[in-house]
Write a protein of this length. Structure first.
Length: 400
């Protein structure tokens, strides 16, 4: 694991935490990961998930300045051909610790989370290595480059990074025992480009926290919520897209609408655009419990335009009975049906009309109930990790 998955904030940390939690019921697990030093975020957090592992190793990694990161990326590319995504997390100490543990314990299987962690595993053990790369990285970088939030220089960097990452994927991923992505859509897109035969997907999971509760439209505040890490480029683009092109259309027919933008470290451009609406846009920054806001809102929006991965904000809203309006890109990893589980609209005018319709209560309870049903049937950690265990047992048997 690249970094210690607690508290589980990012998508990869949430995936790792839940895999470890559920696998520990039947398996003995050793966890090795990096822990950033000089990070305020890590100083006050307890080592909570240690209860799920037999052996825990936290190895320190220093936070580098942007100049040092650039210099190291160049050096590692020249010496080893590593893309920045990999070199940014290089650790000789981590490599040595993993090798020592493998030599001592002779593990039945090795599970790596994120593409950049492959470098820690000795090549002689690739036949035991299952890597959950979350998103197909080179495809993600190429698609992210098309978002309209970048400067020309940033687009050039994304282009270069995508090409370097593609080469690295071609060198290593076909040698893994199994490569896991989060969605069938991503697996299909990657196979069409790479033709790797070891690809599969395991959907993201969420808890259906209020499965037994009755949900009533009348009890909701007539607000719209957009949640997520607000420094993440696809969320920045989605927020700006909604604020510029869609929210004005909503206000024309529903003048009292209020938008909550809930998530950590909002980009300055979001603050600037939101300021035009005064008190009708509330930016919270980091909150202790995001579900409090989702359960209070009438509509959850996911106006992202990057087709990759699984939108956890969408699953969280559906699991809490808050109807969703999203784009085709936002729905790509979910596979919901428009008008049944949620609304899918790519045109600003149609997107706004769906938001207004839900604010007015039209089909609200139908989408609330069907959305929760979708999550309970397809996106639970218990079901997904149980399916993963079939791959794990097959791998162990084949290596004996």
């Amino acid at each position: 694991m690249k970094t210690y998955p607690f508290p589980p904030r990012t998508g990869s940390q949430i995936v790792a935490y839940n895999y470890i939690k559920h696998l520990s019921k039947k398996h003995l697990i050793s966890l090795v990961c990096l822990q950033k030093i000089n990070s305020k975020r890590n100083k006050n957090h307890k080592i909570a998930p240690a209860e799920f592992v037999e052996h825990l190793e936290l190895l320190p990694i220093k936070m580098l300045s942007p100049t040092m990161k650039w210099a190291r990326s160049l050096l590692f590319y020249l010496l080893r051909g590593d893309p920045p995504l990999v070199s940014a997390h290089s650790s000789r100490q981590m490599e040595n610790k993993v090798k020592t543990l493998i030599d001592e314990e002779n593990f039945d299987a090795i599970l790596a989370f994120e593409f950049s962690t492959i470098q820690y595993c000795p090549p002689s053990c690739f036949h035991k290595l299952i890597v959950n790369i979350e998103d197909p990285q080179s495809i993600k970088l190429n698609r992210m480059r098309e978002l309209p939030i970048w400067s020309l220089w940033q687009k050039v960097k994304l282009t270069v990074n995508a090409r370097l990452t593609k080469r690295h994927e071609e060198r290593f991923l076909h040698r893994m025992a199994k490569v896991i992505l989060l969605s069938e859509s991503d697996m299909r897109d990657m196979y069409n480009i790479r033709k790797f035969g070891n690809l599969t997907y395991m959907p993201y999971g969420v808890e259906l926290r209020n499965a037994s509760e009755s949900i009533n439209y009348e009890e909701r505040e007539k607000t719209i919520i957009f949640s997520g890490n607000m420094y993440h480029p696809p969320n920045v683009d989605g927020a700006l897209y909604f604020l510029k092109d869609i929210f004005p259309l909503v206000l024309e027919q529903y003048p009292l609408a209020v938008l909550w933008i809930v998530g950590s470290d909002p980009d300055d451009r979001i603050y600037k655009e939101a300021a035009k609406y005064g008190k009708q846009v509330v930016i919270t920054g980091t909150v202790e419990d995001i579900t409090v806001y989702i359960k209070s809102a009438t509509v959850s929006i996911c106006p992202v335009r990057l087709k990759i991965g699984v939108q956890t904000k969408l699953l969280e809203a559906l699991s809490l009975g808050t109807p969703v309006v999203t784009t085709n890109a936002g729905n790509s990893g979910i596979g919901g049906k428009s008008g049944v589980h949620l609304w899918i609209e790519d045109r600003p005018h149609q997107f706004a009309l769906r938001v207004i319709s839900l604010l007015n209560g039209h089909d609200w309870e139908k989408l609330s109930n069907e959305g929760r049903k979708l999550v309970s049937e397809r996106f639970t950690w218990e079901t997904n990790v149980a399916e993963f265990e079939h791959y794990l047992e097959s791998l162990i048997t084949s290596n004996k």
